[in-house]
Design a protein around this ligand. Structure first.
Ligand code: ADP
Ligand code: MG
Length: 148
């Protein structure tokens, strides 16, 4: 499935709709080159979950955790760009962070990938004209609740 995202308003709208559907155990796997818009969409989802403050890019910290009451659901925002091998994701305690939470993952392939999980919504962002296009693949848990 392909979704056109011509501007930042479209990113905000898509993020809000994903946030509305998001459940504990889900993964939103955001792939695409540097500058593709992964952090922009992650921020839109986290804002859509209720977070009103800043959403720092976790590229240095690797993991940022947002917990109720600022968000309706615990959410882990991870940027795996700096991992040198997938097993490092376990070493930094990813499984513990994910307990009862949803995961938004930038550079998911660096952590071994999540597409095999039924709760995975894979979104690949690419440049198109002045905006972006999202190429989306959804796991079986997303059947009937795709946000568009
Ligand atoms: P990434 O995390 O993939 O490296 P960012 O989210 O930091 O990328 O986005 C890089 C730039 O792309 C930002 O300046 C952002 O404003 C811009 N951008 C994001 N989404 C869109 C869009 N749909 N249309 C136009 N520009 C966008
Ligand atoms: Mg980023």
């Amino acid at each position: 499935m392909r979704v056109k995202l011509p501007d930042l308003a479209a990113m905000t709208h898509l993020g809000a709709r994903i946030a509305h559907e998001l459940r504990a155990g889900d993964v939103v796997a955001l792939s695409g080159d540097l500058g593709a818009g992964k952090t922009t969409l992650a921020r839109a989802i986290i804002s859509g979950l209720g977070h009103a403050g800043e959403v720092p890019s976790p590229s240095f910290a690797i993991i940022e955790l947002y917990e109720p009451p600022t968000v309706r659901l615990p959410v882990v925002h991870a940027d795996f760009y700096r991992l040198s091998r997938p097993s490092e994701a376990e070493e930094i305690g990813l499984d513990d962070y994910r307990e009862g939470a949803a995961l938004i993952a930038e550079w998911p392939e660096q952590a071994g990938g999540f597409a095999h999980e039924p709760g995975c919504l894979s979104i690949r962002l690419e440049a198109e004209d002045d905006g972006r296009i999202a190429i989306v693949e959804a796991g079986t848990d997303w059947l009937g609740r795709l946000p568009w």
